[in-house]
Design a protein around this ligand. Sequence first.
Ligand SMILES: [Zn+2]
Length: 238
Amino acid sequence: MLDKYELKTNEWLERMFKLKEKWALVYGRQSFCADMTTTQRSESMNSVLKRYVSYKHNLLQFFHHFDRLIDERRYQKLKADLRTCHSTPVASFPVEILKHAASVYTLEVFELFQDELRKAYDSQIELCGEIGGAFEYKIIPFRKHYQHTVMYDTSQGNVSCSCKKFEFAGVLCSHTLKVLSSRNIVKIPELYIKKRWTKKAKKSVAEAQPLEDSVSSSQCVNENEEKKNDWSPLQRIV
Ligand SMILES: [Zn+2]
């Protein structure tokens, strides 16, 4: 690109290009980031903060309202955890692998998985070759101009994709799901179920909490509902 736009003489761009592995997302896809980029994280935080604090607040007021924000976020997380523990996601189309996903994943992660599976059905698969039980496939989404390469090792049951979605987000991508489907695999391989995205992880966290925190679901909701109501006058101030 520097060549294309004749920018090779621009010192700043040249310096940034040399450091590209540190800032370009494509080089960081092999690290787990819960499918979240740095920009998304800061933008989301800014937008949430603006709902609670104002430039007119002094330091004491800032921390007071910031404390409300933290309480509200914890309350929302508690509600999401309760929803996950007491409900099972409903699959849009009842296929075996989706039923398996519904039994292991939290509601939010199940939605992500379901979306990837939907995209898998909307793509074309081509077998490119095989060496010693390792198969190479090309996955081409319909009406798109790109493709991804998936490697599937039958001896180990390992599957990897050039898009690095699993490494980055912890959920199998549509390309790997297409390959698993073509191999008649109807359960998510254990190796590719990240514990932190499972219902069991939520339950084990709840069990690890001290006794005084272990209140019933209705108590949790009621207490927090009261807290929420208490904030109403403060919320009107902001
Ligand atoms: Zn992929």
